[in-house]
Write a protein that binds this ligand. Structure first.
Ligand code: ZN
Length: 509
């Protein structure tokens, strides 16, 4: 492409909309008039691809700016089990430093140490220390996995305020953002207006215990930080902080190219709370469209030549109650109950209790040492566990450590996705996948992502820039790991060594 001869952009803006599935984008794309509409005037890959299983937030954000899949980023899940850690809590959160004394996976110290590969921002900064790398998100893991190990500013919402690593100075723009957000939360919020396009979605669906979803309009009482987080106002606050940092730091106005990553997290909280089919998600996407439109106006006003990429960390299924109204077979599976039953089965078969040592589904850890003490072969325990699980309703496939290590997990599409989500160090001895639309959860409402199915893996990928991008809708196969090589190409950086993505040449001028 001719881009090889054009001056590189001065500011790279990478936006992740947490849980923005290709299905949602497809459903609403024609209704957008703000930021999403502008992005659609650039290069659009309506069904980009997070090309791995374990489609959770942390793995999904680790692929966006590294060019590597979770197998190599080391971020195989939001949480995993590591029986070798010194502390009592053997669960490890993807964006924590578990060696901090007194920490647990729930009460953790945020860290980038588990991300095994550099981000684009890090590589830009390594090539030229004048480059500024900024990352802002509603979730710490989104900010950390997109920002990487060398960041100038990195801010996330901790439930009460935007915060950063200990010991970092708080710029005035963050102080202002926290004051504005605290004032917003302190006020009661009246029901938001239902836009015309959302009226057909505005119907209550019972989800048990006298509750319904689908007809919520984000009214909330004064002081409800939880309700604020699962509302369009949350993305408003995140994006406003990003805009403020662009202005105050004069990003893109220095001698080199700067980068800002923005994790718009509200869509995920709204999807988990209300599902994807109701008025809530429709209102959220219309509001986010407007929020992004205002953000781009701020960027325009700076006069900086900027480039925007927007994608998502993963998609989302319908909640079972919604899915059943559309005649899908959808259920919740109690994972803890299933693991207890599995251990009981192994005990009956082998005469040894606690062969199932720990789990962080879909990863299951078997006690190989205990098996050995009892003269059991590791493969026999793995296979017996796999056989039992495969006989359970809702389970469609299992993968053992022996199969992963021997290279047997290949050939089919699902096998490929599973292999890319398995890391020798942090993954389980057994992985399990459910039927489509089934998920592990013991509650009576909600659903979750994490599967290797299209509703979780397929996400939009859009790239916009006046001088570098050829507008068009591209049906070609594009993966989220293609973003880092493509941006590296525009910036004249070598592609990440060994990168698993490609340069999206079809959309470059
Ligand atoms: Zn997510």
């Amino acid at each position: 492409p001719r881009t090889a001869n054009a001056a590189p952009p001065k500011l790279i803006v990478v936006i992740s909309v947490d849980q923005f599935s290709a299905d949602l984008f497809g459903e609403y794309r024609k209704s957008f008039t703000g930021g999403f509409a502008r992005l659609q005037q650039g290069g659009v890959f309506p069904s980009g691809y997070q090309s791995h299983a374990a489609t959770e937030t942390c793995p999904g954000h680790s692929t966006i700016l590294t060019g590597f899949r979770p197998e190599h980023t080391g971020i195989i899940a939001n949480n995993w089990t590591d029986l070798s850690v010194a502390r009592a809590d053997k669960q490890v959160y993807c964006a924590e430093d578990e060696t901090v004394p007194g920490s647990t996976s729930a009460n953790y110290t945020v860290s980038d140490k588990h991300l095994l590969v550099p981000t684009l921002g890090e590589r830009m900064k390594a090539a030229n220390p004048a480059v500024r790398v900024v990352s802002v998100a509603g979730k710490d893991r989104a900010a950390v996995m997109m920002g990487g190990h060398t960041v100038d500013e990195l801010w996330w919402w901790n439930g009460k305020a935007f915060v950063s690593y200990a010991g970092r100075a708080t710029p005035a723009v963050v102080v202002r953002a926290n004051e504005a957000t605290a004032a917003n939360i302190a006020q009661p919020q009246a029901a938001l207006e239902v836009p015309e396009v959302c009226k057909a979605h505005d119907r209550a669906v019972p989800v048990g215990a006298g509750k319904t979803v689908g007809a919520g309009h984000f009214e909330r009482a004064a002081g409800s930080a939880g309700a604020f987080r699962a509302s369009p106002a949350f993305d408003g606050a995140i994006v406003a902080l990003a805009a403020g940092l662009v202005q105050d730091m004069k990003l893109g106005q220095g001698p080199t190219t700067d980068i800002i990553d923005v994790g718009a997290s509200a869509t995920d909280y709204i999807g988990h709370t209300y599902g994807t089919d109701g008025a809530e998600m429709c209102i959220q996407l219309q509001q986010l469209d407007a929020t992004l439109g205002s953000f781009f106006s701020v960027l325009d006003a700076t006069g900086v030549d900027y480039e925007v990429v927007l994608t998502a960390d993963h998609g989302f299924p319908n909640t079972p109650e919604f899915a059943r109204t559309q005649h899908y077979d959808a259920q919740r599976l109690d994972g803890d109950k299933l693991m207890t039953a599995l251990d009981k089965h192994l005990q009956e078969k082998f005469g040894v209790a606690k062969l199932v040592q720990a789990w962080s589904l879909p990863n299951i850890h078997l006690d190989y040492a205990l098996a050995e003490q009892n003269k059991l072969k590791r493969e026999d325990v793995e296979n017996a566990a796999a056989q039992y699980l495969l006989a359970q309703n809702g389970i469609v496939d299992t993968f053992t450590r022996t199969q992963f290590e021997s290279g047997a997990v290949q050939g089919t599409h699902i096998n490929t996705l599973m292999r890319r989500a398995w890391n020798r160090q942090s993954s389980g001895d057994l992985m399990v996948i459910t039927k489509p639309y089934w998920y592990f959860g013991s509650g009576t409402s909600g659903t979750s992502h994490g599967s290797p199915y299209a509703y979780d893996t397929n996400v939009p990928l859009m790239i916009m820039g006046k001088r570098w991008i050829k507008p068009g809708a591209y049906g070609q196969y594009a993966e989220v790991v293609d973003i880092a090589p493509t941006l590296a190409h525009l910036l004249r950086l070598r592609p990440p060594a060994g990168s698993e993505g490609r340069v999206l040449t079809e959309t470059l001028r």
